[in-house]
Design a protein around this ligand. Structure first.
Ligand code: HXC
Length: 545
């Protein structure tokens, strides 16, 4: 062939070959991608089925959402980003090698709640009863590590029969790894547990190490050993609900902090809580638009009765102080003689601790001390200032209380307030007697500001008790003991049942009109924003656990 013709012919041949090969390659590539995508979708469909339709229907019949529905309901729309969908268990014994457990019974990932980022996991009861095997635990610990690294709250939705029996010590090891991380994360990121099924053994110890536990009526059950074991070992018969139902843990044990009637209500409560707390211990809680309290409904002058012996609902006082009169009470059903919870003042989150005169006259006892102390430590860890409202006759006397360890438990509140370095503002409304005066964030435990209403009474004990003790001999010797006692009670009242003796020593910074309360608290909180306190250097203290 002539060279002049050969050259273009060769170019043509090479070009043709190039396009032929590459078009085929491209076709093959596209075909391969399609097949792989189909395969991916098939695998995803399998994994997303959970324990299958029958198991899901069983759960639905008792009013439960599926694990995935729970996450979707909790998080902002389209924000859930799932990890480790294809994780599978590696167990072999008891025919486990023949079983496929989608996602190994737990769903993990990230998302947002009202724009706040969170890490989340939800155990899937339809897959081997949500039981915790080694890979299941690895998924949870991975998302926990992620939350700790990203410094965002961790929310665990628990619905599990506990350690997966077939996996033996590996499931126990898995729980150990979770407990260790719960402890490391404590006070660094908020940890929220939701109990949405029968949770046994290890499945309740991890929640117990977290900050807040949410339960739902008729759905949540928590126990270390279930009714069957109790019957076998002790011969006692008890239903699951009576042993560890939602009410039991909210009212009696104090293991749970929030009670809801449905899963939807529970998720709304979590959303509300997340709005009050910061993402981690280096931040402050998000600021919200300022709002005035609803003073028509919550008017401080009409809430407080004129007779100092009459009770009133201290929650109304709190609502008279907070923005829009919002107050999210924590452990509302437990140790009702003390009220704890979150509200906002001028858009900022405040932790409230208040004696409740409606229940046991607001005394401190074993349970109320535990309840308040833990909350104080929570607020301190997460930079939430504390407002303490005082009206109590002191610690509850009685054999039961003494033998239940009121000394040790009562000391927790002293420890928690003393150690807390967040702004601490105290208001004495009426009674502040004895140990109760000191314990409820007095100046001596380093309150930054202590205010008192003119109705405040600050003394070692109430006038009746005091007169009976210090004038016992004189009362017995008097011609008319009752008249003499009354005279001494009145004298004592005149001398001590007011805020001015404490004010004269500087233990109270200002005696204020009740109507000035919100203004004074806001001022005190505002001036305390950059507060710094240096505690002695130590590894850690030894609180009266
Ligand atoms: C493996 C489990 C399981 C477990 C339940 N399943 N718990 N599989 N290990 N721990 C399986 C069941 O075999 C069943 O599988 C499915 O999950 C549903 O369970 P059911 O019993 O049918 O459901 P229900 O009647 O609602 O009863 C739920 C339950 C009960 C109360 C949780 O299953 C139960 O008592 N489980 C054991 C609880 C327990 O003792 N766990 C160990 C704790 S010790 P199929 O295939 O039939 O659907 C522990 C150690 C750690 O956790 C301690 C750390 C401190």
């Amino acid at each position: 062939m002539h060279p002049e013709v050969r050259k273009p012919a060769m170019i043509f041949c090479f070009t043709y070959l190039f396009f032929y090969v590459n078009t085929q390659g491209f076709k093959n590539f596209i075909m391969g991608l399609k097949e792989k995508s189909t395969d991916l979708r098939r695998r995803m469909r399998n994994a997303l089925k959970g324990g299958g339709d029958k198991a899901i229907q069983k759960q639905k019949a008792i009013g439960k959402l599926t694990a995935r529905e729970r996450i979707i309901t909790l998080l902002d729309t389209n924000t859930f980003h799932e990890y480790d969908l294809f994780v599978e268990h590696a167990a072999k014994d008891f025919d486990m090698d023949k079983k496929y457990l989608p996602g190994d019974g737990v769903i993990t990932g990230t998302g947002t709640i009202s724009g706040h980022p969170v890490c989340v996991y939800a155990q899937d009861f339809t897959v081997a009863g949500g039981s915790l095997g080694w890979m299941h635990a690895k998924k949870i610990t991975k998302i926990m590590d992620h939350a700790l690294k990203l410094k965002v709250p961790l929310i665990g939705i628990n619905d599990s029969g506990g350690a997966r029996i077939q996996e033996g010590v590996n499931s126990l090891a898995g729980y150990g790894e979770i407990f260790y991380r719960n402890t490391l994360a404590s006070g660094v990121i908020p940890q929220i547990s939701v109990i949405l099924g029968p949770c046994a053994g290890g499945a309740v110890y991890s929640p117990a190490l977290t900050d807040f536990v949410f339960v739902v009526e008729n759905i949540s059950k928590m126990f270390i050993t279930g009714p069957e074991v109790i019957k076998t070992v002790l011969g006692e018969e008890i239903s699951m609900e009576a042993l560890g139902g939602a009410r039991v843990h909210c009212e009696k044990t104090g293991n749970a902090h929030f009670f809801a009637k449905s899963e939807e209500e529970c998720f709304n409560q979590i959303k509300s809580l997340v709005s009050y707390i910061p993402w981690n211990n280096n931040r402050k809680a998000a600021k919200y638009p300022k709002k005035k309290p609803k003073t028509k409904k919550y008017n401080i002058e009409s809430i407080i009765p004129s007779d100092a012996r009459e009770p009133y609902d201290v929650c109304d006082v709190i609502r008279s102080l907070t923005d829009d009169s919002d107050f999210m009470e924590v452990q509302e059903l437990f140790a009702k003689n003390i009220v704890i919870g979150f509200g906002r003042m001028e858009g900022d989150t405040v932790g409230f601790v208040a004696n409740q005169p409606m229940v046991l006259a607001g005394v401190l006892d074993v349970d109320s001390s535990d309840k308040a102390a833990r909350f104080i430590r929570y607020c301190d860890a997460f930079n939430i200032p504390l407002v303490t409202l005082v009206d109590l006759p002191g610690y509850l006397p009685g054999v039961d209380q003494e033998h239940a360890g009121v000394i040790r438990h009562g000391a927790k509140i002293l420890y928690a307030y003393s150690e807390a370095t967040v702004p601490k503002i105290t208001l004495i409304m009426r009674k502040a007697y004895g140990g109760g005066y000191i314990a409820m964030c007095s100046h001596h435990l380093r309150a930054d500001f202590v205010f008192a209403w003119p109705t405040a009474e600050i003394a070692v004990m109430g006038p009746e008790g005091a007169a009976n003790i210090i004038f016992r001999k004189e009362i017995m010797a008097a011609e008319d003991p009752d008249k003499f006692r009354k005279q001494k009670v009145d004298e004592y009242k005149e001398k001590f049942a007011n805020p001015y003796v404490a004010a004269a020593y500087g233990y109270i910074d200002a005696v204020i009109e009740p109507t000035e309360t919100r203004k004074m608290l806001i001022r005190a909180l505002g001036i305390s924003q950059e507060k710094e306190v240096y505690l002695p250097k130590k590894k850690h203290g030894i609180p009266p656990f």
